[in-house]
Write a protein that binds this ligand. Structure first.
Ligand SMILES: [Zn+2]
Length: 184
């Protein structure tokens, strides 16, 4: 019964009744997340959405969780696996106008205000939050080389230094000077 109503979900009632939804009893595909250009694969998403009220007695939806993704590193172009935590409190307002004119000094760091005139598609709502928590420029946490070749970092380092040794910028200069001298 719950599933049938998800596309037209009453968030106001959800907050009023302090209900809870989570990934343990609901599975979503999150197609937009899967198709995001920085995402190579969505491994799993653990989420919880709970209804309640803010300290100003407004309807508040808390969303939190963790997701595991394979992202494309913008630095080296290869894939890496990462876990991202997300946490947001969304204060409901009955119209765009009220949401726009909301006194933002009332918000805490994790809170935002959204217009919700009647019913919502709950997957869409949740997915917006997941997309917002993606890094703007996904990148290997450490440097790309050691992330891609954790066992070979030392070898690569040694290879680099031996190559440096073999490059002798003045190699042949002695011979050149000798040749010039013998020509004069
Ligand atoms: Zn990288």
């Amino acid at each position: 019964m719950l599933k049938a109503n998800l596309a037209t979900f009453d968030l106001w009632g959800f907050c009023k009744n302090k209900e809870v939804l989570s990934s343990s009893n609901l599975k979503f595909e999150f197609k937009r997340l899967q198709q995001d250009q920085s995402v190579s694969r969505v491994n799993w998403v653990n989420w919880q959405m709970s209804g309640g009220c803010s300290s100003y007695n407004e309807s508040l939806v808390n969303i939190c969780g963790t997701m595991s993704l394979n992202l494309i590193c913008t630095n080296c172009g290869s894939m890496y696996t990462t876990e991202i935590n997300f946490q947001r409190g969304l204060i409901l307002q009955p119209s765009e106008l009220l949401a726009e004119n909301y006194d933002e000094s009332k918000l805490t760091d994790f809170q935002d205000v959204v217009a919700c005139d009647s019913v919502v598609n709950i997957e869409c709502w949740l997915e917006d939050e997941l997309l917002l928590s993606l890094p703007m420029f996904p990148k290997h946490l450490a440097d790309c080389v050691s992330a891609l070749y954790p066992d070979k970092k030392e070898e690569l380092f040694l290879l680099g230094s031996s190559q440096n040794e073999s490059i002798k910028p003045f190699k042949g200069l002695d011979q050149l000077i000798k040749n010039n001298k013998s020509n004069t």
